[in-house]
Design a protein around this ligand. Structure first.
Ligand code: ZN
Length: 338
């Protein structure tokens, strides 16, 4: 995703100037209790998300090495992802595409699209990017070497594979699509010597949004995961999500609060970023929110190991995977009473 303060993102940030950071608003953190008296049908209990299993799926990806475009690791991991999802989903499609990076290179990408109950009209879309960044441009050493991307990429995909495994057992009567987007993180570094290029991040989601895997594909809403596995993760209500899909933000964060994860899904509103959800909203016109770790204490406001060689499997915290995955399962199972 595009970080705060990068020149090429300023235009977008300026458009969204009204979405400013509201830091640590304790009043809003407790507002879920105000709805607790409303009488409604009891939501079915979702199956229990297994964070040990999710962790294994995160590690399996990093064991392939950096999943950068045009690499052997990319091909091998893509094949593993597709085979793994075929065990759980009704259909799995690999959408092969070519695109061009900011540096002029032709990049070969694979979006991996898995569907449950493909004939259902009522659909929910869950996404994460599975590639890892080819550079460590936020590090002080080895900036030109690729990162492991245990959190930035693999964590969200690991959560979604475990969600898929649970859906294969519990089989909810709603349509669910899970897309692993490729080439999210080939975005132009701040110190790049190439001419400035807009929209250099999120190339896989841009391709998918312009080339939907089924004609007239539509989901009622979507949820994107990015960097969800850091310890004590805080997923704030990020500005692009609030702009395009405020009702989905309310629903997801309330669901998390209802099942005890308001320490993770905090109600703070933070500035907009460009991530895959921006293009899904803008180009595919599906209301999608981003669940992403906002770090109030790091200079970038992203997770402290973001785009560094510190983004390794030992930083992945099962409690954060659980908070995220259990919330997603509950969202899907709440569909049964809506
Ligand atoms: Zn990244």
């Amino acid at each position: 995703m595009v970080p705060r303060g990068v020149k090429r993102s300023l235009k977008w940030i300026a458009l969204c100037v009204s979405f400013v950071v509201v830091s640590c608003n304790n009043d809003t953190k407790t507002n879920s209790s105000s709805t607790s008296n409303v009488v409604k049908p009891a939501a079915p209990t979702a199956p229990s998300f297994n964070s040990d299993s999710a962790f294994v799926y995160v590690k399996a990806q990093t064991d392939f090495g950096p999943r950068v475009p045009n690499s052997v690791s990319q091909s091998k991991c893509a094949a593993w992802l597709a085979e793994t999802m075929k065990q759980f989903a009704d259909t799995v499609i690999v959408q092969n595409f070519q695109t061009r990076g900011f540096d002029g290179k032709t990049l070969n990408g694979k979006n991996i699209i898995s569907s449950f109950n493909p004939s259902k009209g009522n659909r929910v879309l869950l996404c994460s990017h599975w590639d890892s960044r080819p550079w460590a441009d936020q590090d002080s050493v080895d900036k030109d070497k690729p990162i492991d991307g245990a959190n930035d990429g693999a964590s969200g995909v690991g959560v979604l594979i475990e969600v898929a495994r649970q859906l294969s057992i519990a089989k909810p009567d709603v349509g669910v699509d899970i897309i692993f987007f490729d080439i999210e993180d080939y975005g132009q570094p701040e110190d790049s010597k190439f001419p400035e290029m807009d929209d250099s991040y999120c190339l896989g989601s841009q391709y998918w949004a312009k080339n939907l895997h089924t004609p007239n594909y539509f989901a009622r809403y979507g949820i994107l995961l990015d960097m969800v596995g850091g310890a004590h993760a805080t997923y704030t209500q990020e500005g692009t999500s609030n702009r395009y899909a405020p009702a989905v933000v309310d629903m997801v964060w309330k669901t998390a609060s209802d099942i005890g994860y308001s320490d993770y899904f905090v109600f703070d509103k933070t500035k907009p970023i460009i991530d895959d959800h921006y293009y899904v909203n803008q180009l595919a016109q599906i209301k999608m929110v981003d669940v992403i770790h906002y770090d109030f204490n790091s200079p970038s406001n992203f997770w402290k190991h973001w785009h560094t060689h510190g983004d390794t499997i030992d930083k992945i915290d099962k409690n954060s995977l659980k908070a995220c995955g259990q919330t997603l399962l509950q969202v899907v199972f709440n569909e049964l009473v809506n």
